[in-house]
Design a protein around this ligand. Structure first.
Ligand SMILES: Nc1nc2c(ncn2[C@@H]2O[C@H](COP(=O)(O)OP(=O)(O)OP(=O)(O)O)[C@@H](O)[C@H]2O)c(=O)[nH]1
Ligand SMILES: [Mg+2]
Length: 370
């Protein structure tokens, strides 16, 4: 996907953002789903030239869009000289290739979009290795769809594989080698993490983890509680790496607190798989702080997404719902009555020391009882 670079030197391909309301998407508020998708594109540094929204009654197994929709899209792309289409959904490699062949544009799906954002946000060796593995695996599935320019060739530059080995096979083998290399690197880094964790467990210091939807305010809370300076930004997936800090509450002994990667709806399973390494911390937490941006109209859906991902990761831990950004809520009373079904919970604003007090108080009591 093209990124906005120096406009004078690099022209951005003409891009169409295709917002799809797919039949499996059970959201009650499709506009906020679209808005979130457009935000993901913006986070990736792309400014779409055309935004198109379509509702699908069904998806097609080999082309994703049904034939009428596909033809309308082709005409729209042709009329606007579109060169690339970014689609809000995850596609199979076959769907991606067939769509691309039909409309004569490059297609980037939801998985690719999120992977590119992750790639930019990964700073630690572990985060980078995880993203690299996920990207290589995604690229490998896309190889299967390629055909024309990867036609049979002789093994002229084949270090491995003799004459007749196809270029596609060589490319696949090359990707597999790279995956193995990255997995070895990740394995080494995981060992380091396991050693650190063992030391932590032996020291019996209680450990809490901040989790939640992307942009909910997890890093801001970590910073406020521990006077740290973890990057907190109004953008999706600002944090990718797990950061652990010492937390001191009043006169108490130390607690450890970790910040983690944010979740998002319809997160492709491949990506959950990729983040199992950093999220493995959750298994060892004594308490999960589920941070929720209560000023977002979709906050209930965000909680659902968090629970779905926790289930997928097989994590079942005591939780505290931390309803954040209450300063941005207009009808505070009405909102607070809706929070009753989520227990235990605290209502906070990470932007103000006073309004973060309920969380510090909860943690203080919790720590006293251990
Ligand atoms: N008004 C208001 N803004 C907040 C509050 N807490 C966080 N923010 C803002 O929300 C944005 C996102 O905050 P982060 O702390 O980066 O969110 P995060 O959950 O770590 O996000 P990811 O790392 O992307 O998953 C930032 O611009 C924060 O300044 C709050 O209580 N009130
Ligand atoms: Mg963060």
């Amino acid at each position: 996907m093209a990124k906005t670079q120096n406009i004078e030197t690099t022209r951005q391909p003409k891009t169409l953002a295709l917002c799809v309301w797919a039949p499996y998407n059970k959201t009650k508020n499709i506009d906020s789903y679209y808005e979130e998708f457009l935000n993901l594109i913006k986070t990736n540094g792309v400014v779409p030239d055309v935004v198109e929204k379509i509702k699908l009654r069904e998806t097609h197994p080999v082309t994703f869009l049904t034939s009428g929709k596909l033809e309308s899209l082709r005409q729209l792309c042709e009329a606007n000289d579109i060169e690339e289409v970014i689609i809000s959904e995850a596609l199979t490699s076959q769907q991606e290739k067939n769509m691309s062949d039909y409309i004569h544009c490059e297609i980037f799906d939801r998985t690719q979009l999120i992977l590119e954002i992750f790639e930019k946000a990964a700073h630690s060796g572990e985060g980078q290795a995880q993203v690299e593995i996920a990207m290589l695996k995604h690229a490998k599935t896309r190889l299967a769809g390629k055909g024309v320019h990867l036609a049979q060739q002789s093994g002229v530059f084949g270090l491995r594989g003799g004459p007749g080995e196809t270029l596609k096979e060589r490319e696949r083998r090359h990707i597999e080698d790279q995956i193995k290399k990255a997995e070895r690197k990740l394995g080494t880094l995981q060992k380091v993490r396991a050693t650190q964790r063992k030391q932590r467990l032996n020291s019996k210091i209680p450990f809490v983890c901040l989790i939640g939807y992307t942009n909910a305010g997890k890093s801001t809370i970590l910073n406020a509680l521990t006077k740290s300076n973890v990057l907190a930004e109004d953008k999706l997936f600002a944090t990718l790496d797990t950061t652990t800090r010492d937390l001191y509450l009043g006169d108490q002994k130390k607690t450890l607190i970790s910040d983690t990667v944010g979740f998002i709806q319809l997160l492709p399973t491949k990506l959950i798989e990729a983040f199992k390494s950093t999220l493995s911390e959750l298994e060892f937490a004594s308490l999960l702080l589920i941070v929720v941006d209560v000023s977002d109209s979709e906050w209930k859906n965000h909680i659902k997404v968090v629970h779905e991902i926790l289930d997928e990761l097989d994590v079942d831990k005591p939780v505290l719902y931390v309803f954040n950004k209450i300063d941005k809520v207009e009808d505070r009373e009405d909102t607070e009555t809706q929070l009753d079904e989520y227990q235990p919970h605290v209502v906070v604003s990470a932007n103000s020391k006073d309004e973060l007090q309920p969380l510090s108080a909860f943690l203080y009591n919790w720590r006293s009882q251990i």
